[in-house]
Design a protein around this ligand. Structure first.
Ligand SMILES: Cc1cc2nc3c(=O)[nH]c(=O)nc-3n(C[C@H](O)[C@H](O)[C@H](O)COP(=O)(O)OP(=O)(O)OC[C@H]3O[C@@H](n4cnc5c(N)ncnc54)[C@H](O)[C@@H]3O)c2cc1C
Length: 451
């Protein structure tokens, strides 16, 4: 048996990797954490700091009626190192937890270096070892060599390099007096299932296409330029099948009506007529509280998505739980590859954490690091792995990534729509969110008091 069998390797000293290393070390495990920066850069990070925040310095809301606020509180209850350091590095930001990024990173680095169970090694890992347990936390900008290795262990079809994400909206915000439920040609075949259809007249469609093509887009960063050049040259087969809707709409007035918005076989049962064009909404979670805008991956500014997509008949009051986006993002197709404990199904000594496992956003990435660290230590100690209750935002996120439909899998961020429904229904959104929050935090307290 190898001498490394009990030594945990964490690949990536980002948000997830640092939290994972801490959690495992606190449980008596000897941890080596490998970070390739500053020797090798990602193009988005600026230096060699551990847990460098690549963009915003805000870790989201602190409010208990916001999903990110609840997730943060779950992490506090669970004893997250990174949330503790964020609080020490906090800067005034109203109801949000925002940090001085330099102070945040140095707090974390000091705590990790001061832990006798943790060794920080500044080196790029190019191969996934098979003689010791590993947590892969190399993030959305994983280096090419480790990405290749991940492809080898997960399968070529299970690693994505870019996100072209369509928005997700709350079912309760769809106007079903205008939109209607139907399958194409009224067949319940595998591809068409039951969709919600938003019907356009000719005038509505043309006004929509004009607004869409003239709306403001998010500028791409230098390290993402290959996305843009690939799209413009029309040579990247991935994007030809997954073009942003505004790019497709710019090709001709009818491009969408013959493409993702084709109305064939979608007779409106109330008029008996076929609309000029149709936007289809596909159920996105088991409970049916979230719907995905089919074929509407987009790179518009968030406020422009709200303005333009609320022109869609039936979506005038749409509430977006996730906006569409396009960016460089390495992530695995977690359903079928990972279980809800973030352990690989085929290779039980390998765990995934952070953005790489299909969780979106700083807080979700920290939560994934926390769970992977706990479970890697349990694995090494021969214990039963932990699965978080799906009433918790974190538990619901890990359930989502491990059990959603792999055919349409895309990363998910913290939101109330992924939680199981409440026993007592209430119409007030604020009250509903507070009830979700109480239920989640009760579960977290119950669980982590025993931990
Ligand atoms: C450009 C960009 C902007 C983003 N902005 C936001 C935002 O504003 N708000 C938000 O909530 N989320 C944002 N995200 C999403 C995500 O929450 C962050 O990227 C977050 O830092 C991910 O955490 P992580 O731990 O998974 O990865 P990271 O924090 O990126 O950590 C991964 C680490 O692994 C290292 N690494 C990579 N390959 C290797 C290797 N082979 N060997 C050793 N080390 C390696 C990297 O250098 C990095 O330090 C953004 C993502 C990107 C790409």
């Amino acid at each position: 048996m190898s001498k490394n069998n009990n030594k945990l390797m964490v690949i990536g000293g980002g948000l997830a990797g640092c939290e994972a290393a801490w959690q495992a070390a606190e449980r008596g495990i000897s941890v080596e954490i490998y970070e390739m920066r500053p020797k090798v850069t990602t193009g988005a990070h600026t230096g060699g700091d551990l847990a460098e925040l690549v963009c915003s310095n805000s870790l989201g809301s602190n409010l208990k009626d916001r999903a990110s606020g609840v997730l943060k509180e779950e992490l506090r209850i669970a004893g997250s190192l990174l949330v503790e350091c964020a609080e020490k590095a906090a800067v005034p930001a109203g109801n949000a937890l925002a940090v001085d990024r330099k102070v945040f990173s140095s707090e974390i680095e000091n705590r990790l270096t001061g832990h006798s169970g943790i060794k920080i090694i500044r080196e790029e890992i190019k191969h996934i070892p098979d003689d010791r347990p590993v947590i892969l936390a190399s993030g959305p900008l994983s280096s090419p060599s480790i990405s290749q290795e991940i492809t080898k262990i997960c399968g070529t079809d299970n690693l994505f390099f870019y996100d072209a994400i369509a928005p997700i909206i709350e079912y309760s915000s769809i106007d079903l007096n205008t939109a209607y439920i139907a399958s194409r040609y009224d067949k319940n075949n595998e591809d068409d299932g039951d969709y919600i259809n938003c019907p356009f007249s000719k005038d509505e469609y043309e006004a929509f296409v004009n607004a869409l093509t003239s709306a403001q887009r998010i500028p791409l960063k230098t390290f993402e330029a290959d996305i843009d050049s690939g799209v413009q040259a029309g040579k990247m087969s991935f994007f030809e099948g997954c073009l942003p809707v505004e790019v497709l709409a710019g090709r001709s007035m009818q491009a969408l009506a013959f493409g993702p918005m084709r109305p064939v076989g979608l007779i409106d049962p109330r008029t008996g007529k076929r609309p000029w064009a149709v936007l289809q909404l596909r159920q996105d979670n088991l409970s049916g509280s979230l719907y995905n805008m089919v074929g509407f991956q987009t790179n518009l500014l968030h406020k422009e998505q709200e303005r333009v997509f609320r022109m869609i008949p039936g979506l005038e009051n749409a509430q977006f739980v996730r906006y569409g986006q396009m960016h460089r993002n390495t992530y695995i197709c977690a359903p079928g590859v990972l279980n809800a404990s973030l352990q690989m199904i085929k290779h039980p000594s390998v765990f995934f954490a952070g953005q790489l496992c299909g969780v979106e956003g700083y807080m979700g990435n920290i939560a994934a690091g926390l769970l992977a660290g706990i479970n890697a230590s349990r694995y090494i100690n021969g214990g039963k792995l932990l699965t978080l209750p799906d009433e918790m935002i974190s538990g619901a996120l890990f359930k989502y990534i491990s059990s959603s439909d792999p055919k349409h899998f895309q990363p998910m961020k913290a939101n109330f729509g992924i939680l199981p429904p409440l026993e007592n229904k209430t119409k007030s959104k604020r009250e509903r969110y507070l009830l979700y929050s109480q239920r989640a935090l009760n579960k977290a307290n119950e669980l982590f008091r025993k931990e």
